[in-house]
Design a protein around this ligand. Sequence first.
Ligand code: ADP
Length: 391
Amino acid sequence: MTRPIEIHYKQALRGFVATGEEAGLEMAYEIGRIALASGMSLSEVGELHYTAHNSILADAPDSVPRQRTEQFFLEISTVYDMALRGHRETIELLRVEIEERRKVEAELRETAAELERERDRLELRVRERTHALMMQAEKLQQSNQELKRRNQELDEFAYIASHDLKEPLRAISNHASFLLEDSGDRLDPDSRHRLARLMKLSERITALIGALFRYSSLGRIQPPVGPVDLSEVLADIEADEADMLQLRNASITIQMPLPSVIGDRALLRVLFQNLISNGTKYNEAADKRIEIGRAPAEEAGQPDGFVTLYVRDNGIGIAPEFHEEVFRIFKRLNSEKTYGEGTGAGLSFVKKIVEYLGGRIWIDSRPRHGATFYVTLPNADVATGLTSDKV
Ligand code: ADP
C-alpha cells in the first residue's frame, strides 16, 4: 500500500523536475520538515526519494534531469543537516556546561573541605584557649585565696603584735615616770630631759601601735552598713571639734544639705574627722578654712549610684607626686616640729574605710594652693538596689 507521504513526495518531485521552480524547492523543504518531525531517518527519506525518482524515471525515462532530483533531495537533507548541527551545538553547550558545573562542584567540595579543616583548627584553638583560661582562672583563684589568707594572717599578726607590744611599752613608760618622780631631784637636767623624752617616745609608739590596731581591725571586723545622713555626721563632728577648731583658728563651712550614703556611722565619722583635722593641721593660713560639700557628678566622673563629696582646705597643699603616697601607712611628708605630731596612719585608714564602703578617694592639690580630697561613696538616696552586703 502506498503511504500518503510517498504520493506527496512523488508529486512534489515530479513538479520540480518538470519546472525547476523555486516553489518546488520550498515544497521539498516542507517535506523534509514533516519527515523529520514525524521521526523519519534520513536514510528512510533517501529510500522515499529513490522510489519516487525511479517511478518518475519509469514514466518518462528521458525527461528527468538528474541534477534536479538531486537538488530536490539536497533541499530535504538541509533540514536534517540543520537539525544535526543544532543537536551538535546543543551537545557541545551541554558538555561545556557539565564541565563548568563539575569544576564548580569540585571547587565547592574543596571550599567545604577547607572550611571543615578551618573549623577543626578553630575548635582546637578554642579548646586550647579555654583550657588555658580555665587554668589561669584556677591559678588566680588560688592566689586570691592565698592573698586572702596572708592578709588575714597579717591582720591577726598586727592585732596580736599591738596587744603584746603595748604591755612592755607601758612598763617602760611607767619605769621612766617612777624614776623621774622618785629620783628626779638626784638627776642632772640632761638625764631628766632624756627620761622625759623616753616617756614621750613610748607614748608615740603606743599611738602608732593603736593606729596599726585600728587599721588592721577593719580587715577582721567588718561592721554592717546602712543609710547614713552625712549632714548629721558632719554637724556632729563640727560640734565635737569646736575646741580644736577654735584653738587652730579654723572654721568649717558645710554646703548643706549633704546626701545620705550607705556606710557605717562610726567609720564615716573617722573618715571626715581625719580629713578635717589634716586640713587644719597642715595649714599655715592665719584664717584656716575647711569647706565640705557635694561635688557635681560631671566634675567627679563618679559611677552610677555613687555620690562624690569634697573636703577642701586652704593649707600648705600636697605636691602631685605624693598624691598616692600619702595614703600609705605611716607615710608623713612634713616635719613633726612644724605641724605637730601624727602617726602617718590617718589617711591610710581613711582610704581603707572608703574602699571598704566600695568607694574611691583621690586628691586635687598643689603646694601652697590648698588641698581638695574627693571621696566617692554609694548614694543611699538612689541606691535602691544596693544592700548592705553589696557595698
Ligand atoms: P598624719 O597626719 O598622722 O601625719 P596622715 O596619714 O593623716 O598622717 O597624713 C599623711 C601625710 O600627708 C601627713 O603627714 C601630711 O604630710 C600629708 N597631708 C595629709 N593631709 C594633708 C592636707 N590636707 N594638706 C597637706 N598635707 C596633708
